[in-house]
Write a protein that binds this ligand. Structure first.
Ligand code: ADP
Length: 473
């Protein structure tokens, strides 16, 4: 753990495992509510001076952190592959994405512009300025164990906040590597603090209950996000919530089904299907269904599954046993209710797969709304395909979910694209595009997919208060 500028050891530790091999990668400190309180107090003490530094100064430290992260890209990617499982190339891409946030917010720090507003009174002036919200508590997930940290830390630091971060119990080693780099970049003691733990609930409770914490930022499941929001509401803390998704991927009648299937194969299997923006329901017009399914299945059959360190592996392990059991249940349920398994459909357990959490990449055709996979977030390498034949119906089906994070639309018809984008109740929409994310663009969901936006201009404002001064002159 890293508290008040010191690396702390702890009598209690927990093991970190490699999900591809089951091997123990290391032991990390198992912190508790006392460490969380200590870290909050350190962040509170540091806030006074850090929040008064200039935006230019904070920017220069973030810029240094960006440089360090790029220098260590290979090292960080190798650690991520061992700890989280994604293939090395995907891990290197994630480190690049993580570094992008450091650079973006190094730049945005200097652009936290205020405003002057004309008053109706001749003797009055309105001036609006933005100031750091205070101590921030951050809770991050295991699926993107480096970029989800910088997406929160970089804007918080740029704004002048101090932070305590609790990473996911599956990926604390990546968090430790990020904090080493931030320490080296020159952040003063107490400005960033790391509390690792195997039991998140008591630490989360301290984050919600401490009056010193003014903002809670969370990425993870909708269930935990709701619980934390409820607890944080007792003190009306600011919250940002980046929660689950159930992304529709719509292939309209006029789309090129081969191009769309290629896109679906890439974005569905991103991070072995363990991303909140992965398509969960692939709606394909009945006239282009045969070509779509043929291309999708042939691409997926060729995807190599294995340990992410092996050259050519596209699909790594799932994070743990629970994740394998969940998707296996969804696949069996769909099969029992009439879905057709075009490829995959089972857990992989033989040979090199024996000690890890591997599942064969799977395509399910003839999926319908009676199946669990139609309603539940999947988080695994399963592509469920649903047929439609009317534009209004498909938009209604796509919107028929509590989630509202990402959606994808394939069409060559401009009017259809505009209509779909306007009617879909999702925060991020890819139109003939499978990567509508960037540090420069706002990321976040509607409905139960969350509150607030990360990245972009909006990302900085999530960590700032708006202060109005009305002057009598
Ligand atoms: P996932 O299903 O993706 O693991 P979670 O929401 O369980 O999603 O985990 C995301 C993050 O939330 C992790 O850092 C995890 O430790 C943390 N977390 C899980 N349960 C709680 C809780 N009760 N209080 C605070 N944090 C929690």
């Amino acid at each position: 753990m890293f508290i008040d500028g010191q690396w702390l050891k702890c009598d209690n530790t927990f093991d970190v495992l490699n999900p591809a091999t089951g091997e123990v990668l290391g032991q990390v400190a198992d912190g508790d509510e006392h460490h969380a309180t200590q870290a909050i107090e350190a962040a509170h003490r540091a806030f006074e001076s850090w929040s008064r530094t200039t935006a230019h100064h904070r920017s220069s430290i973030l810029y240094r952190a960006w440089q360090l992260m790029l220098e260590r890209k290979g090292e960080l990617a190798a650690l991520m592959t061992a700890e989280q499982g994604k293939p090395l190339k995907a891990a290197a891409n994630e480190v690049q994405y993580a570094a992008d946030f450091l650079l973006w917010f190094a730049e945005e720090a200097k652009r936290a512009y205020g405003e002057t507003i004309p008053s109706a009174r001749p003797d009055q002036r309105f001036i609006v300025q933005h100031q750091a919200v205070g101590v921030v508590a951050a809770i991050t997930p295991w699926n993107y164990p480096v970029s989800m940290l910088t997406r929160k830390l970089a804007p918080a630091l740029a704004a002048g906040c101090t932070v305590i971060l609790k990473p996911a119990e599956a990926t604390p080693l990546c968090a430790i590597a990020v904090f080493k780099l931030l320490e080296e970049a020159g952040l003063p003691a107490g400005v960033v603090n790391l509390v690792t733990t195997s039991t998140p609930a008591p630490v989360g409770k301290v984050f919600c209950e401490s009056p010193l914490v003014r903002k809670l930022t969370f990425t993870g499941s909708t269930a935990v996000g709701k619980m934390l929001s409820r607890d944080a509401a007792m003190q009306l803390k600011r919250v940002s919530m980046e929660l689950g998704g159930h992304a529709p991927f719509i292939v309209f009648e006029d789309a090129d089904p081969v191009h769309a299937a290629k896109g679906a194969s890439l974005v569905k299997f991103l991070n072995t299907g363990q991303a909140c923006i992965c398509p969960n329901r692939i709606f394909v017009h009945k006239n282009v269904m045969p070509d779509f399914l043929q291309t999708l299945t042939s691409r997926i059959e060729k995807m190599r599954v294995g340990n992410g360190v092996t050259e050519g592996v596209a699909i790594g392990p799932l994070v743990d046993e629970k994740a394998v059991l969940k998707i296996d249940r969804q696949v069996n349920d769909a099969r029992d209710k009439g879905a057709e398994v075009l490829c995959g459909g089972q857990r992989l357990t033989q040979g090199e797969f024996g000690d890890g959490y591997f599942y064969a990449p799977t395509v399910l055709a003839r999926v319908d709304d009676s199946m669990l996979i139609y309603r539940e977030e999947t988080f695994g390498p399963i592509a469920p395909v649903i047929s439609f034949d009317d534009d209004d119906d498909v938009i209604a089906m796509a919107n028929d979910t509590h989630y509202g994070l990402a959606a994808y639309v394939y069409t060559k018809d401009l009017s259809r694209a505009f209509r779909a984008v306007e009617q879909l109740r999702f925060g991020i929409i890819g139109v003939n595009d499978i990567n509508p994310t960037s540090a420069a663009a706002p990321f976040g969901g509607m409905k139960e997919s969350g509150l607030g936006r990360e990245g972009a201009r909006e990302g900085l404002m999530e960590y700032m208060e708006t202060k109005l001064a009305g002057y009598s002159v």
